[in-house]
Design a protein around this ligand. Structure first.
Ligand SMILES: [Zn+2]
Length: 157
């Protein structure tokens, strides 16, 4: 098991903290409280409150896509982000935040979208801007999964 793998995260349906079973494929994991799929192989669509909880309670890597419905490159990247979520199931939790409905753009340091922000244990460790392919996303995340460098970008969220 990779040291940066997701060992604990939340059910974004009910907010309950769940351990991720290590003896089963990540995409089969279900919430112990509401029995919904934890959706570890699909991007989670979050609001500010659920994003804050996800970042607080997830151990390991979280990749956040900040997007908006009117942003062409954001829409173009959506299927790439979904493919990356399948490829990275159990290695990183992928989540999406609609910039139009968020008050966290300043806190997250977002100057333009799409913005990709990578967190480890709730802290920002890297970021990229603009359209990326699924392969490029997975490669970028795995570079960080192998490294243990301390956060380069503050502040803590
Ligand atoms: Zn649940």
């Amino acid at each position: 098991m990779n040291a940066a793998a997701v060992h604990q995260t939340i059910c974004t349906g009910c907010g309950t903290v769940n351990r991720v079973p290590e003896d089963k494929p990540a995409h089969t994991a279900k919430c112990g409280r509401c029995a919904a799929s934890l959706g570890l192989d699909v991007p989670a669509e979050l609001d500010d409150a659920m994003l804050a909880r996800l970042l607080e309670k997830t151990s390991g890597l979280v990749l956040l896509d900040v997007w908006a419905p009117w942003c062409g490159p954001c829409r173009a990247m959506a299927p790439q982000f979904a493919t990356a979520a399948k490829a990275l199931a159990g290695e990183a939790r992928l989540a999406k935040l609609n910039a139009d409905h968020s008050q966290m753009m300043h806190q997250l340091g977002v100057a333009g979208i799409p913005a990709l922000i990578l967190f480890r244990d709730g802290r920002i460790i890297d970021r990229k801007a603009g359209l990326m392919s699924a392969d490029a996303l997975a490669q970028w995340v795995r570079e960080h999964a192998r490294s243990t460098t301390s956060p380069k970008f503050g502040p803590n969220i």
